[in-house]
Structures are given as C-alpha cells and as structure tokens.
Design a protein around this ligand. Structure first.
Ligand SMILES: Nc1ncnc2c1ncn2[C@@H]1O[C@H](COP(=O)(O)OP(=O)(O)O)[C@@H](O)[C@H]1O
Ligand SMILES: [Mg+2]
Length: 130
C-alpha cells in the first residue's frame, strides 16, 4: 500500500483525568472521504482537533504524508461547527485573516470571495449585528 495521506495514532486523550479517546489507529488515503459517526460526546471533535494540530495534549502521533503534525498547518483545513468570526474585525478583515497580513495585500482575492457569496459591498462592515 502507498503511504497514507494521514496516519493517525491516538493512544490516549484525556480532559483532566477523564479518558476520552484510546487506541485509535486510522489511516486515510489520498482522495478518500471518511465520515466519523458516533453519539454526541463520544469524541469526534476531540479527534478532529488532534488531527488538525489544534490539540497537542494527547499521547500518540499524527502523520501527514509521513511528517508529524505538530500544530495547525495550511494543508489541513478545519470547518468549525459554530461560526468562528472575529467580532472586532470587519467582514473583509475576517476573510483576509487566514491569508495573514492586511486586507490591502489580499484585496483582489477578498473582493472575489465576497462577490462569490453575494457579500459585495459589505467588505468594510463590522460583522457584529448592530
Ligand atoms: N475542552 C474540554 N474540556 C473538558 N471536556 C471536554 C472538552 N471538550 C470536550 N469535552 C468532553 O469530551 C467528550 C467528547 O467531546 P467531543 O469530542 O466534543 O464529542 P463529539 O464531537 O463526538 O460530540 C464529551 O464528554 C465532552 O463533554
Ligand atoms: Mg463534535
């Protein structure tokens, strides 16, 4: 078998002294779609946070193309379950945040993305409801 895109080993994950995940070994191939299904609270999000590098407080290792994931990386994207906007930034600043640096540096891309979702004209607005 070719090297998996993701090679996930979680020997243990606890919150405090409460065990959440144990002995998980999961491989994901390039192009494969994988769904984690389980009861609410069984640890799906905890596993995804580990895989995406957002949580490093566990025993085990996650390899992306053979390289250990030590923290968030642009190669692993994470869509949160709830909105994760920065209320103190404008719409355009929220869109540009991931790219890093000021909006002016990413103006064309930001405008194109806002256009795509029908938010043209809202770039300078605060994202918080008035
Ligand atoms: N930051 C945290 N601190 C303490 N307990 C947590 C934390 N996050 C999740 N938990 C607990 O860990 C368990 C697994 O949560 P989670 O991974 O969010 O489950 P799922 O996504 O499958 O619903 C749940 O019992 C939850 O209450
Ligand atoms: Mg969840």
């Amino acid at each position: 078998m070719n090297e998996p895109l993701l090679d996930i080993h979680v020997q243990g994950k606890r919150y405090g002294n409460r065990p959440i995940l144990a002995d998980i070994h999961l491989q994901v191939a390039q192009g494969e779609t994988l769904a984690l299904v389980g009861a609410s609270g069984c640890g799906k999000s905890s596993l995804l946070r580990i895989v995406s590098g957002l949580d490093r407080d566990y025993r085990g290792q996650v390899l992306l193309s053979g390289q250990p994931v030590h923290g968030p990386t642009p190669e692993i994207r994470f869509v949160f379950q709830e909105p994760r906007l920065f209320p103190w930034l404008t719409v355009a600043q929220n869109v540009a945040f991931d790219a890093g640096g000021p909006v002016a540096r990413h103006r064309a891309r930001v405008d194109a993305l806002l256009d795509e979702v029908g938010l043209h004209g809202w770039a300078g607005s605060a994202n918080r409801a008035p």
